[in-house]
Design a protein around this ligand. Structure first.
Ligand code: GAR
Length: 191
């Protein structure tokens, strides 16, 4: 699931393609027509679907459609790779312990949509990213992997975001592997 540029989606596809992760990205769902993630999927030859949140009367109805889309292709895990919508029980309960999120801070610090800006405004010298299982409380849930990113004095949102992204691309495939191992979908020796 992706809403924007889709660099984490692409990192996952590459991890599957180069054998880092013994898995396959079966489907990308985007909510913003023509977004970077959609373009990357076209380029990489990954099937994609558009579920535009503007066309659904409620979050629950969108999430029902998302769950159905993933059930249609029988996926084992779902990754919110830059999905900028709050998800509801409709999706979370359809994939118990199988729905992952990537967030650009060291949770539980700086929850919400503007985590990088919050870290800069707070003046902390260390931030990072977190891959976790999704629960109904936003940006909560069992943590799978975290990576720390130091903040430099002259960092802007863009320079910091770039270094966080670099770490996200490393930990997202690792988080998928750990989640799959926890579910018995992969043995510890695999991946
Ligand atoms: C990532 O930094 C991800 O952590 C963040 O959106 C970005 C998507 O980048 N997600 C959130 O902020 C969720 N609250 P990408 O589209 O290049 O993968």
């Amino acid at each position: 699931m992706a809403s924007g540029a889709g660099s984490n989606f692409e990192a996952l596809v590459h991890a599957c393609g180069d054998g880092t992760l013994p898995a396959e990205v079966a489907l990308l769902v985007v909510n913003n027509p023509g977004c970077g993630a959609q373009q990357r999927a076209e380029h990489l030859g990954v099937p994609w679907r558009l579920l535009d949140h503007r066309l659904f009367a409620s979050r629950e109805l969108l999430d029902q459609a998302l769950a159905q889309a993933f059930q249609d292709v029988q996926v084992d895990l779902v990754v919110m790779a830059g999905w900028m919508r709050i998800v509801t029980a409709e999706l979370i309960q359809a994939f118990p312990d199988r729905l992952l999120n990537i967030h650009p801070s060291l949770l539980p610090s700086f929850r919400g949509a503007r985590a990088i800006e919050q870290a800069l405004a707070a003046g902390v010298t260390l931030t990072g990213c977190t891959a976790h299982l999704v629960r109904e409380e936003v940006d909560s849930g069992p943590i799978l992997v975290q990576a720390a990113v130091p903040i430099a004095m002259d960092d802007t949102r863009e320079t910091l975001a770039q270094r966080i992204h670099h770490q996200e691309h490393r930990i997202v495939p690792l988080a998928v592997q750990l989640a799959a191992q926890r579910l018995g979908l992969l043995t510890p020796a695999q991946g």
